[in-house]
Ligand binder design. Structure first.
Ligand code: 5GP
Length: 190
């Protein structure tokens, strides 16, 4: 199998079977649509397109090319929420953003919005830093799991509350380089 193959019968990672959910062509179409939507909203605003590592690395790389035009990028990684994010805007970064967000139109790029905590904390962080606007672009959204009631402004796919891997998302740090998204087989073990 080549490095870029898309296993159509599913695959096993860490002893668990995953089956195809969203193929690479559907992802590419969604990324193209999201690029059009973001360009229509912020194309003249030199937006700051922030990649929430590690999971959003692939989505962000494809999305910034789909948006095109004038934009800037930044990257961050969030640690655990122990101690949490408080109203002062403190957040536990394991890789901190490098670009000032003051008066910028910020788009947070996430692989998946699950409970919504990450998006919620980062929205408040950037608001506290004086961003002109903050929006979230997510490839995937588990509406049933979202405790914030705040869906991403730019969304690829709404999915059921099931565990997924691929296109940046991992299981035990494996599977991030898969070109498609796979879901844990209801049967579970391989
Ligand atoms: P949150 O719960 O804050 O919305 O999401 C936190 C993080 O949990 C996501 O950025 C993602 O890294 C991880 N996550 C949530 N659901 C899944 C999933 O189904 N698969 C994988 N691989 N990671 C997930």
């Amino acid at each position: 199998m080549s490095a870029n193959a898309e296993p159509r019968e599913g695959l096993v990672i860490g002893g668990h079977r995953f089956v195809p959910m969203i193929d690479a062509a559907a992802i590419a179409a969604a990324v193209g649509r999201l690029g059009d939507e973001i360009r229509a909203s912020f194309g003249n605003a030199n937006p700051l397109i922030v990649c929430v590592l590690n999971g959003a690395a692939l989505f962000h790389a494809d999305l910034i090319r789909a948006i095109g035009g004038e934009l800037e990028v930044d990257y961050l990684r969030v640690g655990s929420y122990d101690g949490g994010m408080v109203s002062t805007g403190r957040i536990n970064f394991t890789a901190a953003p490098g670009t000032s967000a003051r008066d910028r139109n910020v788009i947070l790029v996430e692989d998946i919005v699950d409970t919504g905590r990450t998006a919620d904390h980062l929205r408040r962080y950037y608001q506290h830093k004086g961003a002109a606007s903050v929006a979230v672009a997510a490839l995937l959204y588990k509406r049933e799991a979202d405790i914030t009631g705040h869906p991403p402004e730019f969304l690829g796919f709404e999915i059921p509350d099931r565990f997924v891997v691929g296109y940046g998302l991992d299981y035990q740090q494996q599977g991030r380089n898969l070109p498609a998204v796979y879901v844990l087989d209801a049967g579970g073990a391989a």
